[in-house]
Write a protein that binds this ligand. Structure first.
Ligand code: ADP
Length: 486
């Protein structure tokens, strides 16, 4: 098997990165492009042996990295960010070929954000602290000790973005890591290993194991020497990971799915509300935060639907490498079948497709809006992870809140309203990790991010990330000469 594949003109190493060396596996799996189904690369397919080797490398590298002064660790993360910026065009092109998300978003939004993630946590580390305080003259000092080797398992919808969001605080904190990227989008993690090595990150501090979830992933999360597991993905996989972690009570950070609502009140700026709603087709709906349930006050529902259909019809679906494209393909044929299954069952149950409701050519799914859906139906309760929105109406604020909270998820909620008091009232009653009022997707790494209920466990961002990736310690020191006063 060749060690490299050239994707979008960029050579990508198809092997693991373990202990500062490229390591092949006897077995491989084929990585396809969602754009045209073309095979992009034969990727090393890791299992127990590679998981063991990577955790051993991370364990061996841990003491020296943990002892590296904070400022030196921060400088290295900035050097990684420099490397990401220097190779931004390549990373963007490879990511688009691999997961089919828009090239323009990767170039202008996502990849700059990857660099920013490294810089942000490097800088946050410099100021991480808690003021000392006294207890009857005894000084309390809180410190954040690195925890040890961490396993990071990431999904395919925003591969490098989500990997960097976990890697940056984990590494900044003084931990070593093993990253297992999703098998549907394994390429940019390999490029990141090159960038980190070029930046001077010592061998074993970052390891990348490629492979399938049920093989490489499950071997990593069950490994006894792992001190933290951070996972972004689906609820069923999270349950498996939590079960594997239960044996040693390995702390988990879980960022899972959602079925988030967009509440549109009659007092809202309707054009803004429509913009927010149409924006939910971003990344072909493959966004955990997407507000896929449109909840619209009855008195404006007809007008809202008319304007929505008009705006959505103008969206351009096609090759994600083209500047004019708004909606790209679905990641994989299996995902496409899953989406289509959800929509067919909803239509069979009596839903109406105001828009779409069927597959497009190739690996594309037509942007879809379904009405006539019941709150307890599958299409309203389950995460579709495709360009499929439902619309329900309400007449009172109580009803709106009940519908919004009426799933097992609680990742985010968006409100469109012209009444600040209503916004505050409703926000207080919503079960959601993030609430956006008259806006969407405004995110700041200083803010906590995560889900309530089955949308996740824990929060990421700022000090919350360090709380997870560290063993937080409180040291209590007696005043001088305390024994004299006994
Ligand atoms: P999807 O979002 O496609 O439903 P998952 O939540 O299963 O996918 O996948 C997200 C990540 O979890 C991927 O990197 C995948 O390889 C990994 N994964 C899947 N199953 C397991 C498992 N049993 N243990 C550890 N990781 C897994």
């Amino acid at each position: 098997m060749p060690d490299h594949s050239t994707v979008a003109g960029v050579p990508v190493d198809t092997r693991h990165w373990i202990g500062g060396r490229r390591v092949a596996s006897a077995a491989t799996f084929t990585d396809h492009s969602p754009i045209d189904g073309r095979a992009l690369a034969e990727i090393a397919r890791g299992g127990q042996a590679e998981a063991d080797a990577a955790v051993a490398a991370a364990t061996a590298a841990f003491p020296a990295w943990a002892a590296t002064p904070r400022t030196d660790r921060a400088d290295l993360l900035h050097a990684i960010a420099d490397g990401v910026e220097a190779r931004l065009e390549e990373l963007a092109a490879v990511e688009t070929a691999d997961n089919g998300a828009l090239l323009r978003s990767h170039r202008r939004g996502v990849m700059p954000r990857v660099a920013h993630n490294f810089r942000f946590f490097a800088d946050w580390l410099r100021t991480l602290g808690h003021p000392d305080f006294d207890t009857r003259g005894h000084r309390n000092r809180v410190s954040w000790d690195p925890a040890g080797p961490c396993v990071l398992i990431t999904p395919w919808n925003a591969p490098l973005m989500l990997a960097s969001w976990k890697l940056a605080p984990a590494l900044a904190a003084g931990n070593t890591v093993v990253l297992k990227p999703a098998e549907w989008s394994p390429l940019t993690a390999s490029l990141l290993a090159d960038i980190a090595a070029d930046a001077g990150l010592p061998p074993g501090v970052l390891n990348v194991v490629q492979g399938l979830g049920a093989e490489a992933g499950s071997a990593l999360v069950a490994h006894p020497d792992v001190r933290r597991i951070s996972f972004t993905g689906s609820v069923p996989t999270a349950r498996r990971i939590a079960a594997a972690a239960a044996d040693r009570l390995t702390p988990l950070s879980l960022e899972l799915g959602g079925k988030s609502p967009l509440l549109v009140f009659a007092d809202a700026d309707l054009d803004l509300a429509v913009d927010l709603a149409v924006g939910q087709y971003d990344n072909a709906g493959q966004v955990c935060l997407a507000a896929t349930r449109l909840l619209v006050e009855s008195s404006v529902a007809e007008e809202f639907t008319r304007r929505f259909a008009e705006r959505a019809a103008a969206l351009v679906q096609g090759d994600p490498r083209e500047e004019a494209t708004d909606i790209g393909p679905t990641i994989h044929e299996r995902q496409l079948e899953k989406i289509d299954g959800f929509v067919r069952r909803a239509l069979d149950a009596g839903a109406t497709a105001v828009l779409g409701g069927h597959r497009g050519d190739g690996q594309y799914y037509a942007p879809t809006l379904l009405t006539g859906v019941a709150q307890d139906s599958e299409i309203v309760q389950e995460e579709v992870f495709g360009p499929v929105l439902t619309l329900q109406t309400f007449t009172t604020e109580d009803e709106a809140v009940a519908l919004a909270n009426g799933t097992r998820f609680g990742l985010a909620a968006t409100l469109a309203t012209g009444d600040p008091e209503r916004a505050e009232r409703v926000t207080g009653r919503l079960s959601a990790g993030t609430v956006w009022v008259n806006c969407f997707f405004v995110r700041d790494l200083r803010a906590p991010f995560g889900g309530s209920r089955q949308s996740g466990v824990g929060r990421e961002g700022g000090t919350w990330s360090f709380d997870f990736y560290c063993d937080v310690k409180n040291t209590v020191t007696a005043p001088k000469g305390w024994h004299d006063h006994g």
